[in-house]
Design a protein. Structure first.
Length: 357
């Protein structure tokens, strides 16, 4: 049985170690050997001292898990290695099914606390956007029809030069009205109606729309995990999310660029934010990747805020709306620059009923 567990661990991309009843490492996958800077042979011969200094948090968590008879976890903790290196990570200890005397230890270098913090930040940005939208709708939109009507009235008795100016007024009024209409998308704070949806059917529909319009002629590839569980979603809202992300990717990549859409199931870590609230488990991942120039460095921390844009004539509302819709689904959207130089927008979403594969 333990050989089967070791085979399973070997296929994981995250650092993972199988621990025997004596609390010592029995098997470490390649990712764990790299993370711990210790070979499997060194770990089995010298125990945890091959990787860590004395009194490590890993050994303390193993003792707690064994005494409690259940799994335990520590998030965003400093790990002090035997070579003097220190790195923060999540450490998750789980009993092996059918034989709880054996444990597995997984190390998550990207702290889930970061996801919680990002989600809270995006929800705060959403509330800010809602306030701005309400103000715009109340203070700006109502007088616009009067300005437009006055300009058209002036144009009826004006010469050609004056009509050119009144036409400019009408065009600008119409542009502002469209901007306010988009901002009003933020004012709907009613709970979103969610139902089980196949994420690949949604992405397939979005791809067809994109290829018939703004992404026509752009190389667009898919790399999907075919066995994803249903996502808890509002179909129309998620279509809007991925259309916005694909449109941004197409504009960044240009006619000769490349776009890739990927999906994956990241076995969910479940955490409870500080101050209470529902736990966060976001195992379903969708990535939109393009080979364009990317977001300027000074704007990377603000791309999901209203009115932040690098596009000429852009409103800066597309990504803010994406963040709002994803947050309404209980998810998180992230932006990063890959080591290969590509731009990646990553959407993390919950699945129906916390489903597992």
């Amino acid at each position: 049985m333990m050989a089967g567990v070791a085979d399973l661990i070997a296929g994981l991309a995250v650092p993972a170690v199988l621990v025997g009843p004596d609390g010592l490492p029995v098997y470490a996958n390649l990712a764990a050997e790299n993370f711990l800077n210790a070979s499997q042979q060194a770990l089995t011969e010298r125990g945890w001292s091959a990787a860590f200094g004395p009194g490590s948090v890993v050994e303390a968590l193993l003792k707690r898990a064994r005494s409690d008879g259940s799994g335990c976890a520590a998030y965003d903790v400093p790990l002090h290695f035997a070579n003097g290196r220190t790195q923060r990570a999540d450490v998750l200890v789980s009993p092996v099914e059918r034989d709880p005397d054996w444990l597995t230890v997984a190390f998550q270098t990207r702290s889930v606390a970061t996801l919680v913090e990002r989600q809270v930040h995006q929800q705060g940005a959403t509330r800010s956007a809602v306030g701005v939208a309400v103000m715009l709708a109340h203070e700006i939109k109502n007088p616009l029809s009067g300005i437009r009507g006055a300009a058209q009235l002036l144009a009826s008795g004006a010469d050609a030069d004056a009509r050119e100016l009144t036409d400019l007024i009408v065009a600008e009024v119409d542009r502002i009205a469209k901007l306010v209409d988009r901002m009003e998308s933020f004012t709907d704070t009613r709970p979103m109606r969610l139902r089980p949806e196949n994420i690949h059917e949604i992405l397939g529909h979005v791809r067809k729309l994109a290829e018939q319009g703004f992404a026509h002629g752009i190389a667009l590839k898919e790399r999907y995990d075919p066995s994803l569980p249903p996502v808890a979603a509002n179909r129309d809202a998620l279509v809007q999310v991925f259309l916005n992300l694909l449109k941004n990717a197409a504009e960044a990549a240009g006619d000769k660029g490349r776009i890739q859409i990927t999906t994956a199931f990241r076995p969910g870590l479940r955490v409870r934010p500080e101050g209470g609230g529902p736990s966060v488990s976001l195992p379903l991942e969708v990535r939109i990747i393009d080979d364009g120039p990317g977001v300027p460095e000074g704007l990377t921390e603000h791309v999901f805020e209203p009115f932040v844009t690098t596009k000429k004539g852009g409103s800066g509302l597309g990504l803010a709306l994406v963040a709002k819709i994803v947050a309404d689904h209980g998810g998180v959207v992230e932006h990063e620059r890959a080591e290969t130089g590509e731009t990646v927008f990553r959407v993390l979403l919950p699945v129906v009923g916390g489903s597992k594969r």
